[in-house]
Design a protein. Structure first.
Length: 401
């Protein structure tokens, strides 16, 4: 999706909030309907039946009929997609939506005349029953057939046009790079570069902590508590914006410079799972694990790989992460004592010294030797050692590493 910042005026914002409320109402009805049905009660109604029920509801409720039928109808296929993702195991079960969190609605059947550029900095989009709403023109708008209007917790409006971005063309130099993701160093490249994802500065983190302490003392339902929530959301949004901006720039740079990008195949969802445990078997080191989870999520590991796969399709390879930080990139020796500290790698066999993250990135870059096929002396290919066998030596680094 291509997202742009939307700037509605006061009247348009109220109309957009009404659309959000209608979409949330239809979504929550679908969630409640799905939760009520059981095998002995029969299957839950599908999209066609729910659409018929929505038509009856609009006839019986004038306040619902006054809204946009497109906004209300599109909440049903969105819910059907969410349920399909849940049954496929890729997402959680859809839950009730709240007006206190990010919300929005989707518009389909967009015509070319529904998006116009006003001048060098501004453009506008036509929203049903709202009219023309301006947004900031930061890049070319793709020819999308639908778009989604969203409002985040900080009160900012965005419009996202559904269109697949054009992939970044490869340089054609045959360059290969390995990317090692970490908490202290967000991304270490096999070329020796150390990239850090920007977050909140020290003063901004201190201010966020003060706001959170004030929020804990504010009375529930008070205006002061509402203002504090907005201020905290703005601080969080600033951090998220910086992380997304870093991911976009880094992924574009890697896609332009290298033909093949190799990363570790990390199960981020399992790595950031809570360690609290249960009442019968409580977890240990819960506070330390929670800090580690926040540190991992703040580096944008998953978003970086997702954007790389979109910008460089079929050029991103995932390599098992086992022993990449313990294997010497010079001799291939694997030992727990090779990693002297978080930042220093010193091989106990050959004495090779390097930055620990860069050493791991080099192992990832040449990981195809252990996980795929190795080039033979005659120029053909032969099966290499299994992935759980650690090679003692590796071939020279590919071009660009």
């Amino acid at each position: 999706m291509s997202r742009f910042r939307l700037y509605p005026d006061a009247a348009q914002e109220q109309a957009l909030l009404v659309h959000c409320g209608h979409a949330r109402f239809v979504w929550n009805l679908a969630v409640e309907q799905q939760s009520w049905y059981r095998p002995w009660r029969g299957p839950a109604p599908g999209y066609v039946e729910q659409n018929r029920q929505l038509t009856e509801a609009r006839s019986a409720n004038p306040w619902l009929a006054a809204g946009s039928v497109i906004v209300q109808q599109q909440a049903l296929p969105d819910f059907a997609t969410a349920m399909a993702n849940f049954f496929h195991g890729s997402h959680r079960r859809p839950t009730f939506r709240s007006r206190r969190r990010g919300e929005g609605f989707r518009i389909v059947a967009v015509k070319p005349g529904d998006v116009e550029r006003v001048n060098r900095r501004w453009a506008r989009v036509r929203v049903p029953k709202v009219g023309w709403v301006r947004f900031r023109w930061s890049r070319a708008v793709p020819g999308a057939k639908s778009y989604r209007v969203m409002r985040d917790r900080a009160g900012r409006w965005h419009v996202a046009f559904a269109a697949a971005p054009n992939p970044v063309p490869p340089p054609g130099t045959g360059g290969v790079v390995g990317v090692d993701r970490g908490v202290v160093v967000s991304a270490a490249l096999s070329t020796g570069e150390l990239l850090s994802c920007p977050g909140l500065r020290a003063g901004e983190r201190a201010r966020l902590l003060r706001l959170q302490r004030r929020l804990s003392r504010a009375r529930r339902g008070s205006q002061r508590r509402g203002r504090l929530k907005v201020q905290i959301a703005r601080s969080r949004a600033r951090e998220v914006d910086r992380r997304k901006d870093w991911v976009e720039k880094t992924s574009t740079d890697l896609a332009r410079r290298f033909d093949v990008i190799r990363v570790e195949d990390l199960k981020i969802g399992q790595m950031t799972r809570s360690a609290r445990g249960t009442t019968e078997t409580p977890g240990t080191n819960v506070w330390q694990k929670a800090r580690l989870n926040r540190g991992i999520l703040a580096q944008g590991w998953g978003l970086l790989v997702a954007r790389l796969e979109q910008k460089a399709p079929d050029r991103v390879e995932k390599f098992p992460a086992a022993y990449t930080s313990r294997r010497c990139s010079a001799c291939g020796h694997v030992a727990p004592g090779n990693r002297e500290s978080q930042a220093v790698f010193r091989c106990v066999a050959c004495g090779h010294t390097a930055n620990a993250d860069v050493n791991a990135a080099v192992n990832i870059a040449v990981g195809y030797i252990a996980a795929g096929r190795a080039v033979t002396a005659r120029g053909g290919t032969a099966l290499a050692a299994p992935a759980n066998r650690e090679p003692q030596h590796h071939a020279p680094l590919p071009a660009g590493v």
